[in-house]
Design a protein around this ligand. Structure first.
Ligand SMILES: Nc1ncnc2c1ncn2[C@@H]1O[C@H](COP(=O)(O)OP(=O)(O)OP(=O)(O)O)[C@@H](O)[C@H]1O
Ligand SMILES: [Mg+2]
Length: 536
């Protein structure tokens, strides 16, 4: 027996909540996965064609490929009555609904769902959404036992029709049948021009969206564009891993949930050097303490992609926002480093406790709200602090990278190969280290810049007497140019050094010419080459 379904919805809602806000396939998939989490699912499988666009140009017009994205979970599901009451109602807040509540029934998860609009997210990327779900209590039909299946197909085009009447979705053929297990399967079809990342990209995107790893909870990806036997066909979504620079991690500890407290007791800060320097695991507003638990650190390497860039903020384990500097105005000390290296993960469950401070599309927090502003101030203080903490390890790292990228050791050996040249070799390495420390993160990967610095190190090596000057300069926050400038200004050696080097090079070439000239079997081409090298 099929049921008839009704959906009361006005086009403004779909337009605002579905179409406008969700334009990335992974953000849409993340919404569906959060619903599965709330439904106490233990495994969610996402099937999609990966590493490709979902539409293509046919005769100059964009057309959806004949593909689908499926998100299937083994959660509590919905029977037809529940589908009607929960799914087909837009904007009902499940945490205030006694039938569903704030905690999931089986695993006691703090539910992520809040506004009752996540189901519209798919309409930001596609036009047809099919839902098949089995749930409610166990029932029986002529001796057969099972869970009643609800099956509807929602069509954006009809939902958007300007009509006073409720929308009646198409009823699917499984509706009213029985299923042995409870489950929910959401299938998206008829896509706009949207990209789905490769299985690795999508895995990272989803692991960034979900901040809690827990038992009984697994997300599996299946790339339907690859054969089942292909090694990249199936993968688990893992943790979001980024290597941290040692000695830079500030930890904020305390119990979950991180909702407002009467005092800060139980929430502590742990810094690598054992001090706390007036930092706190949260902040106070009107005699209430708003805890923040997690960590902030410096990444070992500069960001490779925007997913990594900055501190991720979660509310109830669901991604809420990401920030690098907590909206600090530009132009502060250490800004470059912070903007490309700061990394972190913070839990702030109070973000939607009383009022909702999270933008619907989960791209940012409402920083202008009183709590948002206090959070921002807290964050800026941490950012400033970590900037200082990271300065030394950070410079150490650029130095190491420079030594490696510039192949400094080898170059120095080539330049000063003699047994009696150990002093020169040591001197050159010392200079290179100083210069390396003063280089910026992006400069050490710039080949030209690296080469210039290597040349400079070789050239300055003989000037051992300047050691102390260099050491001094290296301990200040200086740029390569200012270090060199300083040295040259004090020593007035610029001309001498350059001149000496030029002369040395010419002498080398003259010696080579002599050798080639005297040897009987020198081909002409070799001489030609030498002349090209040294036109003078
Ligand atoms: N996979 C699922 N399994 C079981 N029930 C589901 C599932 N997906 C959705 N529901 C039910 O439908 C309701 C509406 O989902 P929807 O995503 O629109 O809102 P929400 O999750 O409550 O809040 P939010 O707007 O924050 O996502 C849910 O509260 C839940 O009762
Ligand atoms: Mg939801």
């Amino acid at each position: 027996m099929k049921q008839s379904y009704k959906m009361r919805i006005n086009r403004m809602t779909v337009d605002k909540l579905g179409v406008k806000l969700y334009d990335r396939a992974y953000a849409v998939i993340a919404e569906l996965i959060s619903n599965s989490y709330d439904a106490d699912a233990e495994i969610v499988t996402v099937r999609a064609p990966m590493g490709q666009y979902l539409a293509s140009k046919v005769g100059g017009k964009l057309q959806s490929k004949a593909v689908s994205i499926e998100v299937e979970d083994n959660g509590v599901g919905m029977c037809p009555e529940e589908l009607q009451a929960f799914y087909l109602v837009v904007g009902s807040e499940r945490r205030r609904d006694p039938r569903r509540g704030d905690l999931s029934k089986k695993h006691g998860r703090k539910v992520m769902g809040r506004k009752g609009v996540g189901k519209l997210a798919p309409f930001g990327v596609c036009r047809v959404v099919e839902i098949i779900s089995a749930g409610g209590g166990k029932t029986s039909d002529n001796e057969q036992e099972g869970y009643r299946v609800a099956h509807v197909i929602l069509n954006k085009e009809y939902i958007l029709e300007d009509s006073e009447e409720d929308y009646e979705p198409e009823v699917g053929n499984l509706d009213g049948t029985l299923s042995e297990e409870t489950y929910t399967k959401v299938i998206l079809r008829d896509f706009d021009y949207r990209y789905v990342g490769t299985i690795d990209e999508l895995g990272r995107q989803l692991s960034q969206r979900f901040g809690l790893s827990s038992e009984n909870w697994r997300i599996v990806l299946e790339d339907t564009s690859k054969a089942v036997s292909h090694p990249e066909h199936r993968k688990d979504v893992g943790n979001f891993d980024v290597s941290i620079m040692p000695g830079t991690k500030i930890e904020f500890k305390g119990q979950h949930p991180t909702i407002s407290q009467s005092s800060s007791s139980g929430y502590v800060v742990e810094k690598p050097d054992g001090t706390t320097n007036g930092l706190t695991s949260g902040f106070e507003v009107e005699n209430k303490f708003y805890p923040v638990v997690g960590w902030i650190a410096y990444a070992k390497e500069a960001y490779k992609d925007e997913l990594m860039a900055g501190v991720r903020i979660y509310c109830r384990g669901k991604f809420a926002a990401q920030t690098t500097v907590f909206n600090r105005a530009s132009g502060f000390t250490g800004e470059f480093g912070i903007r490309s290296y700061i990394i972190g993960m913070l839990h702030a469950d109070w973000l939607d406790e009383e009022e909702d401070l999270i933008q619907t599309d989960r791209r940012d927090i409402l920083w202008s709200h009183e709590l948002g502003a206090a959070f921002q101030k807290w964050g800026q203080k941490i950012v400033e602090h970590i900037g200082k903490l990271a300065r030394n390890p950070m410079r150490q790292t650029t130095m190491d990278i420079f030594l490696k990228e510039g192949n400094v050791e080898e170059r120095v050996k080539q330049e000063f190969p003699g047994k009696d040249q150990k002093d020169l070799r040591d001197g050159a390495i010392e200079v290179a280290k100083m210069l390396g420390k003063s280089m910026r993160g992006d400069e050490v990967y710039d080949q030209q810049m690296c080469e210039d610095m290597v040349q400079l190190s070789l050239m300055l090596a003989p000037l051992r007497t300047l050691d102390e000057k260099l050491r001094e300069a290296g301990d200040e926050n200086a740029t390569p140019l200012s270090v060199v400038n300083d040295i040259l200004r004090t020593a007035k050696l610029a001309e001498t050094a350059t001149f000496g080097r030029a002369v040395q090079k010419r002498i080398q070439i003259i010696r080579r010419l002599e050798r080639l000239k005297d040897s009987k079997d020198t081909p002409e081409s070799e001489l030609q080459k030498l002349i090209e090298e040294a036109p003078w």
